[in-house]
Design a protein around this ligand. Structure first.
Ligand SMILES: Nc1ncnc2c1ncn2[C@@H]1O[C@H](COP(=O)(O)OP(=O)(O)O)[C@@H](O)[C@H]1O
Ligand SMILES: Cc1ncsc1CCOP(=O)(O)O
Ligand SMILES: [Mg+2]
Length: 257
């Protein structure tokens, strides 16, 4: 499906997106999903998954502020999603910072996410390559992680998105680059996490590769527009939400290629 059709479908369908994300991202990720035209719900108790996950169009899992009860909620949600053929997206935030987080990311990756999204350092480390990540921030170039993304996509039968100044997307066979946005984007916390949540909204609407591409393009188009009005990271965040809502389906193609 073309990105323009996917954005139109997303806004028509207003899919319910089950997000398990981190404490930092919860508010902005929910606002991003709403601004784009979908309906987010942040629900993480393991006891709620059998009731809630099956009624959602997609699930997103983000390990940014991981702890044991949250991991239990994540694995319970993924099990329900997989049983009901509900696509899910993995964001392995800073998984290389501890053995605990590394192991969690590895276990989640083995549970068949439709899409994996991370920054370059996260994708490199997921493929077992040494990177220069600094906590949640990337220290590596997107180009340096492209081989890792392809290898992961093939090994796990998934779509892998690396975000950065120019985003890269692959399913191991096809690949795409998405440009635009602003260098104010990494100055606003949890925009990567919000991108992951938005991928959930799109993958509830169409095939994984097309969904990830559309979500990446939607962010770049909105980021470019917001940067024209922003005076710094604070006003950028406000204008970015407005620009996500104002983006027109035909605009998305401008960011791709
Ligand atoms: N220097 C940059 N110029 C333009 N867009 C950027 C830049 N850095 C990051 N982005 C965009 O910011 C969003 C978050 O990406 P990123 O910062 O890589 O994620 P994370 O927060 O997980 O590290 C993505 O939409 C990405 O395209
Ligand atoms: C600062 C921080 N600390 C733990 S999670 C988080 C948010 C990270 O968000 P992103 O990966 O989108 O920059
Ligand atoms: Mg991140």
């Amino acid at each position: 499906m073309a990105p323009s059709d996917l954005l139109t479908a997303l806004r028509n369908q207003n899919p319910l997106v089950h997000c398990i994300t981190n404490y930092v991202a919860m508010n902005i990720a929910a606002n991003v999903v709403l601004a784009a035209g979908a309906s987010p719900a942040m629900v993480h108790a393991p006891e709620e998954m059998t009731d809630f996950t099956p009624i959602c169009g997609a699930l997103t899992i983000n390990i940014g502020t991981l702890s044991a009860p949250w991991l239990a909620g994540m694995t319970a949600a993924v099990a329900v999603a997989n049983t009901h053929n509900i696509p899910w997206v993995l964001d392995p935030v800073a998984h290389f910072i501890s053995d605990y987080r590394k192991q969690a990311a590895k276990e989640l990756l083995a549970l068949s996410p439709a899409i994996v999204r991370g920054n370059a350092s996260e994708i490199l480390a997921l493929a077992g390559e040494a990177g220069a990540g600094k906590g949640v921030d990337s220290g590596d170039s997107v180009t340096a992680a492209q081989g890792a993304a392809k290898a992961l996509a093939i090994q796990f039968g998934t779509v892998v998105a690396i975000t950065g100044p120019v985003d890269y997307l692959t399913d191991g066979h096809r690949e795409a680059a998405v440009s635009g946005g602003s260098d104010l984007m990494p100055q606003v916390t949890a925009l990567g996490c919000s991108q992951t949540a938005l991928m959930g909204a799109y993958v509830a609407t169409g095939p994984a590769f097309d969904a990830a591409l559309s979500a990446l393009a939607h962010f770049k188009v909105a980021g470019t527009a917001a940067a024209k009005l922003a005076q710094g990271p604070g006003s950028f965040q406000m204008h970015f939400l407005d620009a996500l809502a104002a983006a027109q389906p035909a605009d998305l193609a401008k960011a791709i290629g």
